[in-house]
Design a protein around this ligand. Structure first.
Ligand code: NAI
Ligand code: MG
Length: 348
């Protein structure tokens, strides 16, 4: 019986994971669940955002459903005790190097997008972001120069194995979609990007069926707004992927609609909505649970190989929206639980 770790976190995390759990329960797939605190909730109950028992559960589980962390009451704590360290720690400890962020516009949500409806309607893409390397994990520090000025530095680097393994995820993702992969870099300026491009081209020899293109990141940012429909799969590094995936998400409507998967290459993964803990609406039953419900669908698909069940969940979200179910972020009045109800009902 597959074990699913549920890590609700703080803020709206517990509210949205509760609805995703109800959807998984309603599918009756014979899954077992174990829950543990993480982020602010864990800091207040156990003194650490990622307590050993939570990390142990995450390691034992076949897959992890994560809510969100970022309790503002922890803002003044030292960096290693801040809630956000929990998600960074899980990514690193579990070797979750591949972050998949699908961005597509659900039917009827054209008005929610920041783009014109006819442009937004064409979005149906996946950004594959490298998650364990790049400038985020390079040597960093603060120093004082000889002339007495303060200087901050963060080293950007990738080795060829790191690029090769994420490139393969990009090609494999494109293979089960429309067969188009766009590798995004800044090879005109950065050595890291030159290696990235060289390695992606080398790996492409194993994927003659995939149409590979390259784009500089600044142009990619522009193209995402100008004509997002041109993209099928984008593969890129940690920093560029962080920025471009947030941008793509907004093109597709509400942040409350977008799921993500962080994978280790063996099938194990952590699945979470792309949004944070939304302290401004926490505890009010206003959060849209769809991003977390869709993350649960990704969990079924990527970690458990239950594609039919994943399809059912995604169809139920579409059906609920088509039937007019809307939380406040989508211009409606439904509570978090009522939106969950609508999805459960649409499962049939
Ligand atoms: P946020 O994503 O929490 O909220 C941004 C805006 O979107 C807010 O107005 C919020 O009300 C709204 N929003 C977010 N999710 C929503 C949902 N499901 N339904 C309806 N509206 C929603 O980003 P923010 O405010 O920058 O960060 C809040 C905290 O979350 C910070 O401490 C941040 O570090 C943390 N964070 C955690 C992440 C994670 O757990 N992986 C990811 C991003 C931020
Ligand atoms: Mg981000």
């Amino acid at each position: 019986m597959p074990l699913i770790a549920i890590l609700p976190g703080d803020g709206i995390g517990p509210e949205v994971t509760a609805e995703a759990r109800r959807v998984l329960d309603a599918l009756d797939l014979g899954l077992s669940f174990e829950e543990a605190p993480v982020g602010g909730a864990a800091y207040f109950s156990a003194g650490h955002p990622l307590p050993p028992a939570t990390l142990d559960l995450a390691k034992r589980a076949d897959a992890i459903l994560f809510g969100a962390v970022g309790d503002p009451r922890c803002d003044a704590l030292e960096r290693h005790l801040r809630p956000e360290q929990a998600i960074l720690g899980l990514r690193k400890e579990l070797g979750l190097f591949a972050n998949l962020r699908p961005a597509k516009l659900f039917p009827g949500l054209e008005d929610a997008s920041a783009l014109r409806p006819e442009v937004a309607g064409a979005i149906d893409m996946v950004i594959v972001r490298e998650l364990n390397g790049d400038v985020y994990f390079g040597e960093k520090g603060m120093r004082t120069t000889a002339s007495g000025r303060r200087e901050g530095y963060d080293i950007m680097s990738y080795d060829e194995d790191e690029v090769a393994r994420i490139a393969k995820v990009g090609f494999e993702t494109a293979r089960v979609r429309k067969g188009k992969l766009c590798s995004v870099d800044k090879a005109n300026v950065l050595e890291t990007s030159q290696l990235w491009r060289d390695v992606v081209i080398e790996i492409s020899a194993q994927y003659p069926d995939i149409a590979l293109t390259h784009m500089y990141v600044d142009n990619a940012a522009m193209q995402l707004v100008r004509n997002p429909g041109q993209f099928d799969v984008i593969v890129t590094g940690n920093l560029f992927g962080d920025i471009l995936s947030d941008q793509a998400s907004m093109c597709a409507g509400s942040i409350g609609m977008l799921p993500s998967a962080s994978l280790d290459g063996s099938g194990k993964g952590l699945f979470e909505p792309i949004h944070g803990s939304a302290p401004d609406i926490a505890g009010q039953g206003k959060a849209n649970p769809c991003a977390t419900i869709l993350s649960a669908a990704m969990l079924l698909r990527y970690s458990l190989g239950m594609d039919a069940a994943a399809d059912r969940v995604e169809s139920a979200v579409t059906a609920a929206l088509t039937g007019g179910a809307r939380t406040a972020d989508l211009g409606g009045t439904l509570s978090t639980a009522a939106m969950g109800d609508a999805v459960v009902k649409a499962l049939g």
